[in-house]
Design a protein around this ligand. Structure first.
Ligand code: BGC
Length: 505
């Protein structure tokens, strides 16, 4: 999810009003985020609906209702998992094309293409007659996510006045969680309808249509216009979106930034240099860790998981609404605390909280959920509570910070390329979890929770020992003030002669 704000300059206080144009852009970003969140949240509920399973996955339907079927293996089906995961694979592939489209043709057209892909995907899904239509629809939605997530954040960061940029960043994650919650609620109400799954999948058309119409109204960003050789139009647009005449200073800054960026012929090669390792490694492992918390097991498969624990369909979907609500509320904590308490505090605190929740959940399931029994009610509710504890910890830490930190630690010359790598890494690992979880659940059973808690220990230790605090540091001073002062990462900045002297025996 490339919804992070890639700031083009530091915190310079440039004259600007929060104009109608900027607000329209925020609304468009909101619908891009809602769209993404809706797609994350919808598949779990749909894949637990009987009518959907009967039509597309009759074997899973039979397994699910077969009393003797192993609790942990009811939903283990590669194609069923492919329904969820294919979207993320398409998102990885399409974001390469999207980044080229963004540079060569602009942000606006990239957003328009995103909404086009979304709409085609929604129609194919809601009207699906066979698996091929279903999976093709998911691939189109994935292409929409790839295009949207690459362009929308860039668009917001270029259009928002500096002082609103940081707030918009975490707020976008907030809207992703609202999208997940909306999907959970829609699933809850449509589940008993014979065409419930069509309504649920078709519901994505609401944010997609808003995005499609919204993208007709927006302007191209000044940066993109200047970058593509239209400086006069860039200046005029800047005046329009800032609502003030005096935009020369910001205009000059954008011209300088784009000139500088043009000189970097091979940003990816730059990214491989030793001095880029600290940021590259940090942003990469944060994405892996974010996914190995196990969060998407809950986001994608909560209803399936709750059914595994013996909840009825309705109760399972309602439980997903509960976890979705907690996810949204807890993200608000991040909005208010991230600049006060700092990144490391939230990450370490949440790692402890998530670890306890996962270990106790694993313990309860190992002790009380055998192959064919039903988990005693009181334990099922306790597990629901523990999952809420886990989700809230994630939502105020590894969720938003997994995106915020990569967006603020790269120097300008590698920022876009570095961030692009982080996004792709996230999508790849989201795909892996989506594709593998139900099979892992079947083979590892309750141990799967210990597997994730093991990862949580590693990520907690990483945050404690290797992650420097970036709170309050201007993004253009990160190297000097953060990385070059860190006990380990400073070694990557030694100049070559110093390094070779040290390397000699
Ligand atoms: C993650 C998603 C996850 C969502 C849950 C995001 O930060 O990247 O994979 O589904 O949080 O709220």
């Amino acid at each position: 999810m490339a919804h992070q704000v890639i700031a083009a300059n530091g915190g310079a206080d440039l004259p600007a009003k929060l104009t109608g144009q900027v607000l329209v852009c925020s609304i468009i970003a909101a619908f891009g985020g809602l769209m993404f969140g809706y797609d994350i949240g919808i598949s779990g509920g749909v894949t637990s609906m009987d009518e959907f399973l009967k039509k597309f996955f009759p074997d899973v339907y039979v397994k699910k209702h077969h009393v003797k079927e192993d609790n942990y293996c009811k939903f283990d089906d590669q194609i069923l998992q492919l329904f969820t995961s294919s979207l993320y694979l398409a998102a990885v592939v399409s974001s390469f094309a999207a980044s080229k489209c963004c540079n060569n043709y602009g942000r606006k057209i990239t957003i328009q293409l995103a909404s086009f892909f979304f709409l085609v995907g929604v129609v194919l899904n809601a009207a699906a007659k066979n698996i091929a239509m279903l999976i093709t629809g998911r691939l189109m939605l994935g292409a929409g996510i790839g295009f949207g997530n690459q362009a929308v954040p860039l668009f917001i960061s270029e259009i928002a006045p500096n002082k609103y940029r940081g707030g918009l960043n975490v707020c976008f994650q907030l809207l992703v969680t609202v999208g997940i919650l909306a999907a959970n609620i829609v699933n809850y109400f449509t589940a008993s309808h014979p065409y419930g799954w069509r309504i649920s999948l078709g519901g994505a058309s609401v944010p997609a249509l808003f995005l499609a119409f919204g993208s007709l109204l927006i302007v191209e960003t000044p940066t993109s216009l200047i970058e593509r050789g239209h400086p006069e139009r860039g200046l005029a647009t800047l005046r329009k979106i800032r609502g003030v005449e005096d935009v020369q200073k910001e205009f000059d800054e954008i011209v300088n930034t784009t000139e500088l960026a043009k000189q970097i012929k091979h940003p990816f090669k730059n990214l491989m240099k030793r001095s880029s390792w600290p940021q590259l490694i940090t942003s990469g492992v944060l994405q892996i860790f974010q996914q190995f918390t196990g969060i998407n097991v809950i986001m994608f498969y909560a209803p399936v998981l709750f059914q595994t624990m013996g909840f009825h369909s309705d109760a399972s979907l309602l439980s997903a609404v509960v976890t979705g609500t907690i996810n949204t509320m807890a993200t608000l904590v991040a909005v208010f605390c991230v600049d006060k308490l700092g990144r490391r505090f939230l990450l370490i605190e949440a790692a402890i909280q998530m670890f306890i929740a996962q270990v106790v959940t694993g313990g309860i399931l190992a002790a009380f959920l055998k192959s064919t029994n039903v988990l005693p009610k009181q334990y099922a509710y306790l597990v629901l509570l523990l999952i809420c504890v886990f989700v809230s910890g994630f939502a105020w830490s590894w969720g938003p910070l997994g995106w915020l930190i990569p967006s603020e630690i790269f120097p300008l010359e590698t920022r876009t390329a570095g961030f692009f790598c982080a996004v792709s890494m996230n999508m790849i690992f989201t795909f892996i979890i989506a594709q593998a979880f139900l099979t892992m659940l079947c083979h590892m059973r309750a141990m799967i929770f210990f597997f994730f808690s093991g990862w949580i220990v590693i990520m907690g230790l990483y945050a404690y020992a290797l992650l420097p605090e970036t709170k309050g540091v201007s993004i253009d001073e990160m190297n000097e003030k953060v990385w070059k002062k860190h006990w380990l990462w400073k070694r990557c900045f030694k100049n070559e002669s110093e390094q070779s002297r040290e390397d000699k025996p």
